[in-house]
Design a protein around this ligand. Structure first.
Ligand SMILES: [Zn+2]
Length: 239
């Protein structure tokens, strides 16, 4: 067999592996997204509950901050009352104190309602947490597993690309052009095995004379029908 045919077979194997690695790398974001989507669906009820709890808690904290603010005002009005030197100042301070007391009382009523609500929600959240955490851990480990497998392929791509360049450099320009042209037309697979007097890719029958030529591997022979470069497996000793 001519050396070029051996090189082409190695190049084909390298290209197929490059293609597989590229597909794996490209598949990572959608696969990860699908796993996350699956988790989001199974955890939706819980996540809604959690959002409701977080919202109520935020509302409660806001009202508590409002109360603190009103209490600070109250202190100021009480000081105003102490400092009052006339009837008008006195009346104003008393009115402000009353109004602030009412505001605080309204806020505190709201806070109590929210406390009841947040306590109930918290109990529900806590009850379902272990189940969701277990699911989340499972999802995380699934994602970690596919990420590390894809990372291995990503690293492999670097050495495959070097290997491809090394093989390509050894081909004659004509053979290289033929390979690249057929590969482009045939989804990256430029070679086909010739077996039992036919092309295994397109099933076209190969004339006995041509088949014998291919078996000897002394030429780059393209399938008359599909144009793929034909090779004979046993004779070239490819596994
Ligand atoms: Zn063919």
């Amino acid at each position: 067999m001519i050396a070029e045919l051996g090189l082409l077979i190695s190049l084909q194997e390298t290209d197929i592996e490059i293609k597989r690695c590229n597909a794996e790398v490209a598949s990572l974001p959608p696969r990860r997204e699908a796993i996350e989507q699956g988790f989001a669906v199974s955890a939706k009820e819980f996540l809604d509950l959690k959002t409701e709890f977080d919202t109520a808690m935020a509302e409660r904290r806001q009202l508590e901050a409002d109360v603190a603010e009103e209490q600070a005002k109250m202190e100021k009005f009480k000081a105003d009352l102490m400092k009052a030197t006339n009837e008008k100042q006195y009346t104003t301070a008393v009115r402000e104190i009353d109004a602030t007391k009412k505001t605080i009382s309204t806020l505190e009523t709201e806070i109590i309602k929210l406390m009841e609500k947040t306590e109930k929600l918290e109990a529900k959240v806590n009850e379902r947490s272990p189940e969701i955490e277990a699911k989340r851990a499972e999802v995380d480990s699934q994602i970690a597993a596919i990420t590390s497998s894809v990372e291995a392929d990503r690293q492999k791509l670097a050495s495959l690309t070097e290997e491809r360049a090394r093989l390509i450099a050894q081909l004659t320009p004509a053979t290289r052009a033929t390979y690249e042209r057929v590969a482009r037309l045939k989804s990256g697979v430029a070679l086909a095995e010739a077996r039992d007097y036919s092309c295994t890719a397109c099933r076209m029958t190969i004339r006995p004379q041509a088949f014998n030529d291919i078996r000897r591997g002394e030429n780059i022979y393209e399938c008359e029908n599909c144009g793929r470069i034909l090779f004979f497996k046993l004779e070239v000793g490819v596994e």
